[in-house]
Design a protein around this ligand. Structure first.
Ligand SMILES: Cc1cc2nc3c(=O)[nH]c(=O)nc-3n(C[C@H](O)[C@H](O)[C@H](O)COP(=O)(O)OP(=O)(O)OC[C@H]3O[C@@H](n4cnc5c(N)ncnc54)[C@H](O)[C@@H]3O)c2cc1C
Length: 381
């Protein structure tokens, strides 16, 4: 991120802060909550406002686990890491339920279905179900399509939920008790002395004891450390007008290895997201959050093919920028040479599954030196 000498000449007022969170999305607001619980005086700052990044542009699925099937994740990361990430996801959901309950935000326990788009994916799902069951996770495998929409098999996770993500993040922010400084882009961070970090933003120069970057997709624009570790990646959705005959799904559906997803909204519309698999060149490595025609065309074709009973028009389309991590796991750590500047980023399209538990670990790491475990960025050396 660069700022011209005309936009800011580093003469902004200086503010002393105990714990500064940068990024007021789901993860930043949760981090603010945990830091306040630990007795810190917290300020959150954002270049825009609360939950205007990916945290309010997602599909609102609270699906447990990682974004790849359980047995594949075990092959890639090893079983201990996969079990730890499953537990982190459960912790995240427990926190989200508490935040939602205290903030009167509706959470619908509709369950999720991981659905197979091909016979090959059906075999993958069967293996995933076996691996999950072997670990004592009680998912149900369906060898036929429970939705009767042409899928080949499914795994049901009955405890998964759907939320209204924008309301949820605002509820977490309110519960944090933190002060918000919005419309305030960060453009440089320096740690010149052992006790204090200097953070240059449009409105203030903060002098903070601790700084936590929760800037997800935009992190590589803030510090070169994140280049190649966090890849900004566009995700897109569309939603129909309210359906005449009510919801058609009653579940969060997730298929084609997570590249397609769909749910009913609480006001009776059908939401469809995804479409990135066939458009990776266009959708990967970008912070441009405009919708693109090929993806929207694909989403609409999917809507008409899989849901021929839905004749409502598409009423809204949007895009958001996710922070994919280089290896698919979130990253928690401190910037090289700046031990008071922590980060919790790289949620790989699964922030509602992993973000809050990861934020808790990041705050703990920064304040007590605790090891963040499998999400530790130390794995990148
Ligand atoms: C279309 C789509 C569908 C998705 N569906 C799901 C889903 O169903 N379930 C799920 O678990 N996840 C889903 N995700 C992913 C999920 O939304 C993210 O993982 C999650 O929101 C990440 O939260 P965050 O707080 O880290 O990031 P963000 O919400 O993006 O917050 C980052 C914040 O940092 C701020 N910021 C950036 N740079 C600066 C700066 N220089 N100075 C100040 N502030 C700055 C931004 O303004 C932003 O508010 C989806 C994402 C998209 C885009």
């Amino acid at each position: 991120m660069t700022v011209s000498i005309w936009q800011a000449n580093d003469t902004q007022p200086v503010r002393e802060v105990d714990f500064l969170v940068v990024g007021a999305g789901l993860v930043g607001c949760a981090a603010a909550f945990f830091a306040a619980q630990a007795g810190r005086q917290v300020v959150i700052t954002d270049k825009a406002d609360v939950a205007l990044g990916a945290s309010s542009r997602n599909a609102g699925f609270m699906i447990t686990g990682l974004d790849i099937y359980y047995h594949r994740a075990a092959d890639r990361y090893g079983l201990p890491v996969v079990r730890e990430m499953w537990a982190l996801s459960q912790t995240t959901h427990a926190h989200l339920h508490e935040f939602a309950r205290r903030g009167s935000v509706p959470v619908q326990q509709c369950g999720s279905l991981l659905l197979a788009e091909s016979p090959e994916e059906a075999r993958e799902l069967e293996r995933a179900a076996r691996a999950l069951n072997a670990d004592g996770i009680d998912v149900e495998f369906h060898s036929r399509d429970p939705l009767r929409r042409g899928y080949f098999a499914a795994i049901r996770q009955p405890w998964d939920c759907a939320v209204q993500p924008y309301e949820l993040v605002w509820a977490i922010f309110r519960q944090s008790g933190a002060e918000l400084v919005n419309n305030n882009e960060l453009y440089a961070i320096r740690q010149d002395d052992a006790e204090c970090v200097t953070v240059y933003t449009r409105q203030y120069i903060f002098r903070a004891r601790h700084v936590l970057l929760c800037t997800n997709a935009w992190s590589p624009l803030i510090d070169p450390y994140f280049i190649g570790k966090v890849i900004p990646t566009r995700g897109q959705c569309l939603v129909t007008a309210p359906l005449k005959h009510g919801p058609v799904l009653g579940v969060c559906g997730y298929s084609d290895y997570g590249y397609m997803y769909y749910r009913d909204t609480f006001d009776g519309r059908l939401l469809i997201g995804g479409g990135r698999k066939q458009n990776k060149l266009l959708e990967n490595d970008t912070t441009d959050d405009r919708i693109t025609e090929p993806v929207q065309r694909l989403l609409e074709a999917y809507l008409r093919e899989k849901f021929p009973d839905v004749d409502a028009p598409v009423e809204r389309r949007w895009a958001g920028i996710m922070g994919f991590s280089a290896d698919g796991l979130p990253l928690v750590g401190t910037l090289p040479g700046r031990p008071r500047v922590g980060f919790a980023v790289g949620f790989h399209g699964h922030g509602l599954a992993l973000g809050v538990g990861t934020a808790e670990r990041a705050v703990d790491m920064l304040l007590t030196g605790a090891n963040p475990g499998a999400v530790s960025a130390a794995r990148f050396g």
